[in-house]
Design a protein around this ligand. Structure first.
Ligand SMILES: Nc1ncnc2c1ncn2[C@@H]1O[C@H](COP(=O)(O)OP(=O)(O)O)[C@@H](O)[C@H]1O
Ligand SMILES: [Mg+2]
Length: 462
């Protein structure tokens, strides 16, 4: 493997060290232990999960996982002197009991008529662990967003004159439903809380429920937005904490203004948008806040809001390659959990080489060796990915295919059960009967059948 020329600078490599839930070790101690442990390596694969630290008692008692994260570096591995390591030690919060901002007015007495205007969770949170890695995009959206935030921090630290260079700390992700926008916002918030832990002692994610904010207290919405942002400002006042605000499906908050101007909506809609814009303008001077927003319909958003977004990022439906990776992570997961028996599934790079070199080997299953079998599985999965792409399937639709395929396979495999009812309670016992016996090829049969069925349905709709 040839090294890319890296004379100029060192590549920053972030190493994330997750502590066990009840570990009491000091972060600083762990950081220096990890640093000297890594010093024993010659080179590190990027990205990779590091192994071997269990032999060090202080680490094995406190640490759960050590990961060298992805980096813009084009080489798949780096030697120690090519890297500048940044070690982040973190202990995810276990609490999923979210604090809530009720949008009840003081005089409504906070009774059962309340809707939730927002929820807050501590970051990093165990609930969002693994989310970042599970999101797969063809272009480097994830790294691009991280770089942007890094840039704003550098500017903030340098105390750049806001009259000359100004940004709003607002990011807008838009695109078709089910492409992972909401998930990406949460994953990014989690990532930031880990990467910024040396600057901020804690971090929080506040999710605004745009729909409830609007529909329930319609005539009060303007005041409500203001009150909500007063609470946000209180959080931001704590300068040791970093706050990520997520305004999900922001079009429902801001679509109103256009309507108001066309005379179809009450002026309350106007007040909401104005309140939101005013509050955003106030927050932009604060270093420790980031506003993330999502939309399925960017055309429906108030242009004054869109204009305030420093980054407007389109999140597209997954490409064939991204679909392959999504489906591959699905198969690997159900293999790991023992639902289907373990077989090698090639990585995207490998399967792309197989694709160039040959077609599926048609020899009978019993005579193919493990390598040929894995190659065949990879090529079938790639063909499946192409069909999913042709149908414009979203990430959400893809992630539920495996379970539907399993249900279908079980249904076909247990004719005795299907005579009484087609679905329902019988599915579970038969699933346990089948466990471990299912081969990846059978599962692929199920997946292919489902995707074919979907194509037929699409044709009917068209
Ligand atoms: N690009 C992707 N890679 C992996 N998983 C994805 C992707 N896009 C969507 N998903 C899956 O779909 C689910 C729904 O995503 P969500 O963030 O709610 O989408 P959106 O907010 O764009 O409608 C997520 O749980 C995620 O697992
Ligand atoms: Mg969403």
């Amino acid at each position: 493997m040839n090294d890319v020329s890296m004379d100029r600078t060192k590549w920053t490599v972030h190493v994330e060290v997750r502590l066990k839930p009840r570990a009491a070790a000091r972060f600083e101690t762990i950081r220096s232990l990890v640093s000297s442990y890594i010093a024993s390596f010659e080179r590190i694969a990027i990205p990779s999960t590091l192994q071997g630290w269990n032999d060090i008692p202080e680490l094995s008692s406190s640490v759960e996982r050590i990961v060298a994260c992805e980096s813009p570096c084009p080489s798949p591995s780096l030697t120690l002197d090519q890297m500048s390591l940044q070690i982040h030690v973190y202990q995810p919060s276990q609490s999923d009991s979210f604090e809530e901002f009720s949008n009840s007015t003081p005089d409504s007495g906070g009774d059962d008529g309340d809707t939730m205007a927002a929820s807050v969770c501590e970051l990093p949170n165990i609930g969002w662990e693994g989310l970042w890695d599970s999101l797969i995009y063809a272009d480097d959206i994830k790294l691009k967003l991280l770089d942007y935030i890094h840039a704003t921090l550098v500017f903030s630290d340098a105390n750049v004159d806001f009259n000359l260079i100004c940004w709003n700390r607002v990011v807008l992700l838009h695109g078709p439903p089910g492409t992972g926008k909401t998930s990406l916002c949460r994953a990014l918030a989690q990532k930031l809380s880990i990467r910024l832990s040396h600057r901020y002692s804690h971090a929080r994610l506040l999710e605004i429920n745009s729909h409830s904010l609007f529909s329930r207290w319609f005539s009060e919405s303007g005041k409500l937005v203001q009150r909500l942002f007063n609470s946000i400002t209180e959080l931001v006042d704590d300068e040791d904490g970093f706050v990520v605000v997520l305004i999900d499906e922001v079009e429902s908050l801001t679509a109103a203004r256009a309507g108001a101007m066309a005379g179809t909506e009450p002026s309350d809609g106007l007040r909401v948008v104005n309140a939101l814009l005013t509050q955003l303008d106030k927050l932009k001077h604060r270093k420790n806040v980031l506003i993330m927003s999502t939309s399925n319909l960017v055309k429906a958003i108030d242009c004054a809001f869109v204009d305030r977004a420093d980054i407007v990022q389109y999140v597209d439906l997954p490409s064939r390659e991204a679909i392959y990776e999504i489906l591959r992570t699905c198969v690997c997961e159900i293999m790991q959990k023992g639902i289907i028996s373990v077989t090698g599934v090639p990585t995207l790079k490998q399967v792309q080489m197989y694709e160039l070199s040959s077609k599926t080997d048609q020899t009978s299953k019993s005579s193919v060796d493990a390598h040929q079998r894995s190659k065949n599985v990879g090529l079938r999965l790639l063909a499946l990915a192409a069909q999913c792409r042709a149908q414009g399937m979203s990430g959400r639709a893809l992630r539920r295919l495996p379970v539907i395929a399993m249900a279908r396979f079980i249904g076909v495999g247990n004719v005795t059960f299907s005579s009484s009812t087609t679905k329902g309670p019988n599915t579970e016992p038969s699933a346990s009967l089948q466990t471990g016996a299912v081969q990846v090829e059978q599962w692929l049969d199920g997946m292919e059948a489902i995707v074919k069925d979907k194509a037929k349905e699409l044709d009917r709709l068209a």
